[in-house]
Design a protein around this ligand. Sequence first.
Ligand code: 5AD
Length: 351
Amino acid sequence: MDILRENLLSLLKNNNIEKLEALLGLANLIRAETVGDQVCIHGIIEFSNYCRSLCAYCGIRAPNEKIQRYRMSLEEVKKTAVNASNNLGYKMLVLQSGEDLWYDADKLAWLIKTIHKKCRRCLLFLSIGDRDYDTYENLYKAGARGVLFRFETSDESLYKKLHPDCSFAERIEQLKFMQEIGYLTASGPIIGLPGQTIESLLDDIYLMKELKITMSSMGPFIPTSDTPLENEIGGTADLTLKMIALTRIIYPKARIPIATALEKIGGNKARIAALNGGGNAFMLNLTPTQYRDSYVIYDGKNQLKSHIHSKESIDELDGIIKSCGRKICRGWGTDFTLNKKNFASLCNMER
Ligand code: 5AD
């Protein structure tokens, strides 16, 4: 094995606190050099928890009959998005749901067009899972410009065990066709899945780099009730911090959001460590209160109020960002993974 890979693996395996701090410090320097001090705050609206998929770790998987299912009406999603963009200052929104085919291509295209008509300028990401090329192409034409579509793990056999209804190769094909259509992509692994190796986590980082993923979206595995993995051990905050730092070192231009799941297991301490260790974005939850507690992709997701949009949570985040010597950005900011031409076309989204 080559020496570089050996060294990177030993950094991921390391449990020595001083070495961890040195790794985070190096990532922070590289972050400052390559992507600067901006920290963007994005928003997410979870508009339906119906799901046809069988992902072994996820609380809203199809067989889970214990949760209350909901679907927001198109009008409600529109209102939530328009308010977020025009009144709350969000300029990048993720529209996320389980894999719910009730929202067909026509309904989603209507939604995207209508949001754009009402919003001054808003970058829309879709996180709706497996759909065919034509659907994604139509939704791009309607005005969606990004997809949040994690590959979850690059270990093919682990992928198959966790997703009996899909293969890793298909997942990557989909990511690639989304990029071919023109979408920005947010993708990455879950960290600390049962059976996942450190070697495969390093491969996950290289895969994000190879695919030129715009947003390296990753977070710790959280064992969740009423799923096949409910009694397994979860991912740790330290391993997640090491993954963030190493991603920043290996793929310096990435936008690295600090996931809610990390905050769930490590609190504000982990949030700050991630911000000082390579991370440069946050995502706040804008799902209307009456639905929020049913969107339980993992246990206790909404126990912490700090990632749910409110004046207090924005002020708190603002304070954290400033105390780390960084600048808050409510738009999309600069995208360092894109060339100038792509970035210009992205900015011409006003319609
Ligand atoms: N723990 C951590 N992350 C999870 N996700 C789903 N379930 C869990 C869990 N139990 C993540 C997956 C999915 C995203 C929407 O949420 O990566 O792509």
